[in-house]
Design a protein around this ligand. Structure first.
Ligand code: ZN
Ligand code: ZN
Ligand code: ZN
Length: 374
């Protein structure tokens, strides 16, 4: 999580977030939340400690108690400077037992929500120090903790989306044919940085048959004339994520390539049009999937339709069959159907969308027509 630059929020914003999180945890029957360095900690406090540290750093949130941060003494000055005021720091020095210090803050028979990226080493040591405690995945216990964005967060996501759109407007001008996928990927990363991204998380360039693998990373394949090329790129700008996909074609496409691209575009549009408050997440997936299934390509749409985005590029809520969570204004997520024809080509079109009072608003808006590149 290195590079998750804290977003420009006030001490009050962080205090409100921590209070709400502690209250939500109590409502869920938890004695508190234990938050390790990573996106939850950044979102709750604005503090982003060095991700590689093996020394225990842990935010302890419990309803009715001041938020406490267990922190190595050598990191305490940074934590004090960048963390939310109102945090009580419990610093420990090498040679002391940080787990005993943490245990003193916890209900010895409580059940705690633990951020998913907490190290097993730390959790196992805590469990040993407090055998009466039990633990739940924070993502399972409070999946909606960060899901509903406030206005400032939506605008940061919109700015990240605009930067990703500007990246696409530039990448479509570069030569594709005769270059390796990884060369185009390097162009994408450079453009994302030029347009203000401090962190590039992925630059997928999947040409020809590689496009049929949704998780293909850019490789050594030389892009040829006649290739469909799936581009999927994003990262963090001012602490908030971008993630967009467009599929381009090198030279004139065949009728079938056009038809499949049109189909995915219609599916993406249908998913977007399903977005409004109160509708279950799975309805967005169903709307997009129905278009592709009705055209006979259902078995080639092999992933969920979307995922949330915020201080990370993948998080709840998920637009997937079985997710009955209703959409709430301020939620931000991708709508990204695709069709993947093994050994031949793939098409994916992805926009980030936010739920408004009466529908959805796209945070990506470059053309969804099939763009012809050189
Ligand atoms: Zn082609
Ligand atoms: Zn993507
Ligand atoms: Zn995505």
């Amino acid at each position: 999580m290195t590079g998750t630059a804290p977003a420009p929020f006030t001490a009050d914003d962080y205090r409100t977030r921590m209070e709400r999180a502690a209250r939500t945890a109590a409502d869920a029957g938890l004695a508190g939340l234990l938050v390790a360095p990573g996106p939850d900690l950044v979102w709750l406090t604005g503090y982003a400690p060095p991700a590689e540290t093996e020394r225990l750093t842990l935010l302890v949130l419990a309803s009715g108690r001041d938020p406490a941060l267990v922190v190595p003494a050598l990191e305490a000055p940074d934590a004090r400077a960048s963390g939310a005021p109102g945090l009580t720091l419990h610093d420990w020095t090498d040679g002391q037992d940080p787990y005993a210090a943490t245990a003193a803050l916890l209900d010895p028979s409580g059940r705690f929500g633990v951020s998913d990226n907490a190290w097993a080493m730390h959790l196992l040591a805590l469990q040993k120090a407090l055998p009466g405690t039990s633990y739940a995945s924070l993502t399972d216990a409070l999946p909606m903790l960060r899901a509903v964005k406030d206005t400032a967060e939506v605008e940061l996501l919109a700015a990240a989306g605009a930067a990703a759109d500007a990246t696409f407007e530039e990448i479509r001008k570069v030569p594709f044919g005769g270059r390796r996928e990884r060369d185009v990927a390097a162009d994408l990363a450079g453009l994302l940085r030029d347009f203000g991204h401090a962190q590039v998380d992925f630059t997928i360039v999947a040409s020809g048959p590689n496009g049929a693998n949704p998780h293909h990373e850019a490789g050594h394949r030389v892009i040829e004339r006649g290739d469909m090329v799936v581009l999927d790129f994003g990262g963090l700008r001012d602490g908030y994520g971008s993630d967009t996909s467009r599929t381009v074609h090198v030279g004139e496409p065949t009728d079938e390539e056009r038809r499949v691209h049109d189909l995915v575009r219609e599916a993406q549009e249908a998913g977007f049009r399903a977005v409004r408050p109160g509708v279950a997440c799975q309805e967005v997936d169903r709307a997009a999937r129905a278009v592709i299934a009705d055209a006979g390509y259902g078995e080639y749409f092999i992933h969920r339709t979307g995922h949330g985005i915020g201080v990370t590029t993948h998080e709840p809520p998920y637009m997937i069959e079985g997710e009955e969570q209703p959409l709430v204004p301020g939620m931000c997520f991708s709508v990204e159907p695709g069709v993947y024809l093994p050994g031949r080509f793939g098409v994916r079109i992805e926009d980030i969308v936010t739920v408004t009072g009466d529908g959805g608003r796209r945070l990506n808006d470059t053309t969804r027509e099939l763009v012809i590149v050189d």
